[in-house]
Design a protein around this ligand. Sequence first.
Ligand code: FAD
Length: 339
Amino acid sequence: METILYLAHTESDGSLGKAALESLTAAKALAEQTGGTLVAGLVGEDVQAAANTIAGAGASKVLSVSGADFAQARYATDAAAAEALCKAAGATLVVAAGDSRWNRVLPGVGHRLGGRADLHITQVNGAGDISVTRWFYRQRMEGSFTRTQRPWLLGIDPGTQTPWQGDAGDTVVEAVTVETGDARTTVTGVKAPNTDEQTIRPDANVLFVAGAGWTKKQADGQTHVADAEKNILGFLQAAQASLGSSKSLVDLSSEGGEVLSFMTHLNQVGQTGATPRHPKGLSTCCHGEEPHVVGWRFINERRAVNLDANCGWAQGKADVLYVADAFEVMEKVNALLAE
Ligand SMILES: Cc1cc2nc3c(=O)[nH]c(=O)nc-3n(C[C@H](O)[C@H](O)[C@H](O)COP(=O)(O)OP(=O)(O)OC[C@H]3O[C@@H](n4cnc5c(N)ncnc54)[C@H](O)[C@@H]3O)c2cc1C
């Protein structure tokens, strides 16, 4: 019988993040489908609040590695904590959120335990032979596979599961001791942009993509980059949208062109960029060429604004194409949002 370890770290406020609750949905599904035992393993400074949150999830026990050393992400301590929890639980399957903290350590932990790790899992299936699903070749092919090695560690891609919801309650937590004496890295703090400067918001309802057209000469023969910045930032702020870009726009800075100050290569969506997941997407001043649109694979409802009625979006790549001037459209949209 499989023993499924649900592995989670707490956030800085002691809670479990959305990605952690999504991976709990996958862990529970595996436990139910395989008839296995679900064990929770929590890592963080103080995990009691998190343990209480998942009281109704049906874990047979809740193990923890906690203390100040485990408050922040650090390879040595996170890997040691995960390894200890896997051993204490006798885990054959380990399910964790595929966030940067766990993705960094799961392969190493799998190696230490003589098991295997797979990341970017989008689906688990415990019926019959246990199998998992993920995308390959820059999200072009979806593959389903199984493994015989145990423990099998799975990093679940955020945005692929419904976050677990259930009753909270008082939970007894069993502490697992981990020696951290050989941790040579000291975490001195976290540097992060202010939330109003943050343009990449993975949990946003809307992805707003800006293309190179925003910096090109317009009908009056002039560029209007300051207006473009105002329109784009105004929409991001009002809609709390996430900002994506075409490659041409982010490449302009290296080509000496006039650029949008807040745009970086991290915003690039496409074949050589990111493949974000959002319920809706709005593309503006972007031509919609295939190497860009392949990054829209997981955007459910797609709309685009382009002056060109024959642009790529019109070739079956968008649900709705507004043949219009994006400067005018976004100014109007922002005014409506401000009302
Ligand atoms: C191997 C390879 C990998 C690539 N990877 C990527 C990738 O990961 N991501 C990516 O994006 N690209 C990628 N590309 C490049 C891609 O093919 C396109 O060149 C790029 O996406 C074009 O960017 P764009 O649409 O912003 O610019 P442009 O092609 O210059 O289009 C600008 C658009 O803006 C419109 N426009 C201008 N003014 C306005 C206005 N006022 N209102 C409305 N519309 C307006 C124009 O009609 C035009 O359609 C890759 C290419 C290759 C060969």
